[in-house]
Design a protein around this ligand. Structure first.
Ligand SMILES: [Cu+2]
Length: 137
């Protein structure tokens, strides 16, 4: 029953990887395009969250990613002079100057709650560069 033993062994490896993953940090892929912020998931578990932020290669300008903690819908943030009034929010973190075709990492400790991700280069929020993220306990 050589094959049977291999199956048992592989199952044990998969189970232990799964439990390591549950305790480790979550990684979220974020793509910045000129018209939006695209996340590979809208929900993560509370804890250490790493954002792998990439600038779309078909974008023609640099972008940034700002993480705000707020219960407001991501499309309803107050805008002044073409930018979201960041000072009215609790800013959790930021990664700036993400050039087209490149990527940067941002690692944050996130508690449970609702967050909004924006690009706050002038005019970019209004062009649709916002997304919401739910962090579950
Ligand atoms: Cu932008």
């Amino acid at each position: 029953m050589k094959n049977g033993r291999q199956v048992v062994f592989l199952s044990a490896v998969v189970l232990s990887l799964a439990s390591i993953r549950a305790n480790a940090s979550e990684t979220l892929r974020v793509e910045l395009t000129s018209t939006g912020i695209h996340l590979d998931t809208g929900k993560v578990k509370a804890g250490t969250v790493t954002f792998e932020v990439s600038g779309s290669s078909d974008s023609n300008t640099e972008h940034e990613l700002v993480v705000l903690k707020t219960d407001l819908p991501d499309s309803r943030l107050p805008v002044q002079k073409e930018k979201v009034a960041e000072s009215r929010f609790k800013k959790i973190g930021e990664v700036e100057d993400v050039a087209p075709g490149t990527s940067k990492r941002l690692t944050l400790k996130l508690g449970a709650g609702r967050y909004v991700l924006i690009c706050n280069r002038p005019g970019h929020y209004s062009m649709g560069m916002h997304a919401s993220l739910v962090v579950e306990p």
